[in-house]
Design a protein around this ligand. Sequence first.
Ligand SMILES: [Zn+2]
Length: 329
Amino acid sequence: MRADGAGMDTPPDELRAATLPVALISHAACRLHQMAPGHPEQPARVSVIAEELRARGLHDFLAHYEAPRATDEQLARVHPAGYIELIRSRAPAAGLEQLDPDTAMCPDTLEAALRAAGSNVLAVDLVMSGRARRAFCNVRPPGHHAERARAMGFCFFNNVAVGAAHALERHGLERVAILDFDVHLGNGTEDVFRDDGRVLLCSLYQYPLYPDMDPPSVPGHIVNCPLPAGSGSEALRAVVSEQWLPALEAFAPQMIFVSAGFDAHAADPLAGLRLATEDYGWVTDAACAVADRHAGGRVVSTLEGGYDLSALAASAAAHVERLMAGATD
Ligand SMILES: [Zn+2]
């Protein structure tokens, strides 16, 4: 318990009843950010997930929140002040401002990026205060390629890293885990937390593939699991069961973050792993089981990639459905 009172209203884990809602956090600005016409990281990604949650009857059982803007103080736990200022200064009044070959700002991008990062801060506050059991942030731009001082790979601020840093610094947690099943290595998240032993980072990714990095694992801290193109459900389940879960059990995280990219799906046009929609339910169950054992059920998940709209909608809805499942399911 921190002296300044952060976490004072956090209920004991045993009182975190399965009846607490799952929060769904988004913002209209996330549907306005647009790079080039036809770019796969497109506004419809957020819309199709929302529509699928409605179609499955899940919408009404979620607690809906608008994402606030992340403050400079919250961003500065992850990004240098000069980088935050650079992103602000590059925001165009019209047209597109290209930050790297894959990553451009339009006039709505800064607002969307601030809301996407802020969604994670709100998610952590909701889950820590007992107002929500878990949370899913249906936001874009994504974040896991954003390094401390480098926008890349469709990412500007590292949304999940901002959330994890908020949990550590504001709520005084000592151990958080980040699970990243996006098909691309989350090089930005690793850049942020490489020297921070309070974070266990478990990643699986296709390699070779963008960003063409395959950094070594660090026992008890970074669990990197590269997979060759063509790997499918069995490979995913082996990696999670044999590498992620033992590390998670030993680490006993107090909160679990998920970088929820759905571009390892077999239908995705940008990559070559062969996951099925039901794999996302399976890996979500595995994450929730660890959270229920060690973290009072606390899971904060955030959209990263996923570029086939129908596979994205079905996979993300399967993920949210399992986040909503009861602790004893
Ligand atoms: Zn990706």
